[in-house]
Design a protein around this ligand. Sequence first.
Ligand code: PEP
Ligand code: MG
Length: 450
Amino acid sequence: ELFRERAADVADVKTGLLADLLGKQVVDLSSLPENSIVVVEELTPSMTADIDKENVAGIVTETGGRTSHSAIIARALEIPAVLSVADATKNIKSGEMVIVDGTLGKVINNPEDDVLEAYRAKAKSYAEEKAALEAYRGKETVTGDGEKVLLVANIGNPDDANVAAEHDAEGVGLFRSEFLFMDAKELPTEDEQFAAYQKVALRMKDEPVIIRTLDVGGDKEIPYLNLKKEENPFMGFRAVRYCPNNPEQYKVQLTALLRASAFGDVKIMLPLVTTLDEVRQAKALVEECKKDLDERGVAYNKDIEVGTMIETPAASLIADDLAEECDFFSIGTNDLIGYTMCADRGNDRVSYLYTVYQPAVLRSLKRIIESGREKGIMVGMCGEAAADPLLIPVLLSFGLNEFSVSAPSILRTRKIISEWTKEEADALTEKVMKLKTATEVKVMLQAAQK
Ligand code: PEP
Ligand code: MG
């Protein structure tokens, strides 16, 4: 323990020396002056998780996209962020006044007085619009014709459950458990994991809490797992591929999840599934963990639900078979779009392909939702597209029954859901599904916005 702490000190000294030699300044992102705008080449998920959220007014990066994990964390913290701004670190100087317009994806440094005034007015009307959404607090989430859907939040750590509850979420649709692992220096023990999951379960009372098992890999690196470097980590040995191959380690997490299920409506979700075997293998491990807990005399929910993320084209194509053996689906559009379009979610050069409005993606979503609903299981969506105001009528028409969004998007999503009847959503969707290009789809959805 002692030497591990000293190692961090040595690493700090190394960073300090290197910065001195290179003539660069070291900035501690966890403690910044008020109203800071952070301008960096790249923001990793762990840097974002450390950020001084009270004092950061905006984030600008040179890399990444709307659904990179840094963007997702920034959204959850309600920090305006614009990613993929070429040469931002060269063109913006320390101490300059900067406007970060997260809505339009615009960054303006050294604004003229009239631009600054216009933006002050814009910020004010944004705040007023947000205040008006308060009318939806405490209300049920129902469509215009009274159909109930579940509106839940995505979280990254146990404390986020408070934020979710403050924003009036009806539960948690995705707890990205990998952040627990990323924040630790070594594998969290069963008790440490149990404490984290139990905290969320208790905070959400009897509302559903879907916890995803470790989604390691891709842009989520966990150094102490010492995974081999791969040429293409997004298609490599990750997520549900890694876990069952390390059954003893995986069972620690599954056992902690089962123990937490005695304290709330905890459900287990598997990431990046591509085959039925993966589901069967994971479910067999859950059964082994149940037996161990029986022997230990520890309580858990014997009927705990096990569902999967649908975020690969393979899972979409076999959604009917998966629905037979899964208790629920949650569609991960962040990855599904990327793998369907062969366009990395963080690569700005292919971002014109990376959109949910692509006919290929829409057909995939339709297929997944219908396959799940035909088998009578809940089909949710926890990718960022679930909060896309333009897409909501289409998702309602397909039959999505759970929307899992960043906590600050809850009230706005509830408002938009309430604006659409099934009949209206169906009529629009029928027309949209006949279109041949993403641009046409977006234009039609924009025109239909209420
Ligand atoms: C997704 O892929 O849509 C998803 C919700 O998971 P993540 O963003 O963590 O990959
Ligand atoms: Mg994913």
